[in-house]
Design a protein around this ligand. Structure first.
Ligand code: WTA
Length: 656
């Protein structure tokens, strides 16, 4: 973010007080901040009481060997039981858990908690009969259909950590995740619906399985949901239809209680190196964090609210705020399969109107695209049921915040701008809808129980009005426990920069305003944020370099009006490739799509003769960002060869 944008941001002086009705009935009131500060562990023990434990813990936090935390030590519980069975046992079996809305308009299904319990039990039994044992990893590669939720909960129920891979990722990306966590079984579907047309998924699983086999890893079974009915290749030794295996299984399944620290899932996310990191979350602490924050930050009233989070299940937001948080809280929610503009641009607002959605959680990139289409579209719908709006994934521009509140929320609804990460497991910094006077563009303050700071290079808190690095200064229950199979990388990545202080550093820069409220500015490392999706520059560079015509590549995230940041690549071709041919740019874009997936496709690829490097050989991405954002190129004095930037600019001007 440029200095100019920053100072504009901090001039923002609009404030939105909580509406009296929400303030009066708020789940969490202002006193909670102090209470949590006075005795953090007692506060977190109180939050864990939200769950049903088979055996209660004997110690809230074990931080004897930092940064390896254990929460609710000695406690045992079953996550699926907490998300499903206990609501049925409490007489709420007939309550709708999921209003599932398919992309084809007539395709919808309401699933009660009792039905969900039966399906999860059947799927758990089916997984056991396919040979899945407690501790085995199961990969899930599915569109947004109810079976995705059922599959996740079935894994949790038998203690088999799941790893959900976003359906938009390529076969190669899937293969590397299958190998990294050694997944025994993959749950997928023939395909899914995307903008009105069926698109295939199973072939990517077949390809990934073959690829993993080439690397010595065998996926034993593939469980396939029939969604679109399209033809699929079939291997009788491996492939099993969901409707056969799950359909035939018993609805009786007794959930076993697992240790609080039993692995619940691994979620891969981009880091600063090429290899995605498997973020490990465990059971008791994670579920406590997801449940508590979903209740507190969205002020959930499970009896009356209809909640909708538009995130895909392949991202952490889908895990914490579509599956574990809302279901642990016994909420009724909407789950939508498709894109916002299918079959027409008002589809989301139609869904809010049809189901009387009261709490809506989405990403700034979506809000910006609706803003661009104009308010006439949402204005056609009655969205007076909405009472709270949420935002996640990237900094929300003040204008987008105000538009969201005004046009979608009819000026009644607090907007909670929630900052958190795959690694944090649940929301860390956010307004509370019944307490905080919101400022457009600010995530405001750490929620009760969480302690965050903005610090300088030396790890000292910066004064109000200054910027620095965002850190979390105390452990929290839903924190990642490690990177799957790589404790050293876990320590290096998150705990080494401020090791002396013992702070968790997650790669974001932030500023404290004059009131001490926090404005998250975005990544300070080589991670980009495109439409709220994390992408690693190195990962895309590696993908480009794996193309036979490419000698070297540098990738930067350039500011983009629609997607926040966009991928811009600078590529040096190999000599023998000549000028690469007329279609070189299209060819390279296609290659990145194949290697990683459509979300990583560069907006722009520039073929250049050289890259700007320091004397120690480090690429100066800052200068490339200047080029990509059409700014005058900044200070070049640390370049090994300062004429390089001229060469690059000339090359680009001449269209090469
Ligand atoms: C960014 C998504 C500003 C941030 C839950 C973080 C945000 C990364 C916000 C994590 C927000 C997320 N304001 N930036 N409200 N929420 N971010 O792991 O850079 O996909 O580090 O988790 O998104 O992305 P992740």
């Amino acid at each position: 973010m440029s200095d100019e944008t920053l100072s504009n941001l901090l001039k923002e002086d609009r404030r939105f007080e909580p509406p009296a009705e929400i303030a009066d009935n708020a789940n969490l009131k202002a006193e909670a901040y102090d209470r949590a500060k006075q005795d953090r562990e007692a506060f977190w023990a109180e939050q864990a009481e939200r769950l049903d434990w088979s055996q209660k813990w004997d110690r809230v936090l074990d931080w004897d060997d930092p940064p390896f935390a254990k929460w609710y030590v000695g406690g045992t519980l079953n996550a699926a039981y907490n998300c499903v069975d206990r609501h049925v046992e409490a007489g709420r079996g007939d309550k709708v858990a999921l209003h599932w809305v398919g992309e084809p308009v007539a395709d919808k299904r309401d699933i009660t908690y009792a039905q969900l319990k039966d399906e999860v039990s059947q799927a758990a039994n089916a997984l056991v009969s396919l040979g899945v044992q407690t501790g085995d990893r199961v990969a899930i590669y599915l569109p947004m259909i109810p079976e995705a939720v059922v599959a996740m909960l079935a894994c949790a129920r038998i203690g088999a950590p799941h790893t959900v891979v976003f359906g938009g990722f390529s076969a190669d990306a899937l293969a590397s995740r299958l190998e990294d966590c050694q997944a025994k079984v993959v749950i997928t579907s023939d395909g899914g619906y995307r903008r009105g047309a069926p698109s295939a998924l199973k072939p990517a699983v077949d390809e990934a399985r073959a690829k993993a086999a080439g690397q010595g890893h065998t996926v034993e079974k593939v469980l396939v949901v029939r969604r679109t009915g399209q033809d699929v290749a079939w291997d009788d030794d491996v492939d099993v239809w969901w409707h056969d295996a799950v359909g035939a299984a018993s609805t009786d399944h007794t959930p076993e209680a697992f240790d609080s620290e039993h692995p619940l899932y691994v979620m891969y996310t981009s880091g600063t190196t090429g290899k995605p990191k498997g973020i490990l979350h465990t059971t008791g602490g994670y579920l406590t964090g997801a449940s508590y924050t979903h209740w507190a930050v969205f002020d959930l009233k499970p009896e009356t609210d209809v909640y909708w989070c538009s995130a895909d299940i392949g991202w952490v937001t889908g895990h914490s705020y579509m599956v574990y948080g809302p279901l642990a809280n016994g909420a009724t929610q909407v789950m939508y399969e498709g894109t916002p503009d299918s079959p027409e641009r008002g589809r989301w607002w139609q869904i809010i109107q049809d189901y009387g959605v009261t709490i809506f959680y989405t990403a700034p990139t979506a809000i910006r695209s609706f803003m661009k289409q104009g308010r006439e579209i949402p204005d056609r719908f009655d969205m007076s049921s909405l009472r709270i709006l949420g935002s996640v994934g990237e900094p929300i521009n003040p204008e987008a915040y105000v538009w969201y509140r005004h046009v979608i929320g009819g000026d009644r609804t607090p907007v909670v701008d929630t900052w958190w990460q795959t690694e944090t497991g649940s929301i860390m910094i956010s307004p509370l809808p019944g307490v905080t006077a919101g400022k457009p563009g600010s995530a405001m303050t750490p929620i009760p129980g969480v302690s965050a700071e903005v610090v300088n290079e030396a790890g000292e808190p910066v004064p109000n009005g200054s910027g620095g690095y965002l850190v979390l200064t105390e452990p929290w229950p839903s924190m990642l426990r490690t990177i799957w199979g790589d404790d050293e990388r876990f320590k290096d990545t998150y705990w080494s920069r401020f090791a002396k202080e013992g702070f968790y550093f997650a790669g974001d820069g932030a500023k404290k305003d004059d009131d001490g409220d926090i404005w998250v500015l975005g990544r300070v490392d080589d991670v980009m944020n495109v439409s709220g999706h994390r992408l690693s520059t190195t990962e895309i560079e590696s993908a480009l370099v794996s193309h036979p015509k490419v000698a070297e590549a540098a990738v930067v995230g350039a500011k983009d009006e629609d997607t926040g940041q966009a991928v811009c690549a600078f590529v040096i071709l190999r000599e023998e490739a000549g000028d690469g041919g007329d279609d070189i740019v299209a060819e390279l874009r296609k290659h990145v799509r194949k290697e990683i997936g459509p979300i990583a496709t560069p907006r722009q690829i520039m073929i250049v003769p050289e890259l700007p490097k320091t004397r120690s050989g480090k690429i100066m991405r800052r200068l490339l960002r200047d080029v990509a954002e059409h700014r005058e190129v900044g200070d070049v004095t640390t370049l090994a060869d300062s004429s390089v930037m001229d060469l690059i600019s000339q090359g680009i001007d001449s269209g090469k």
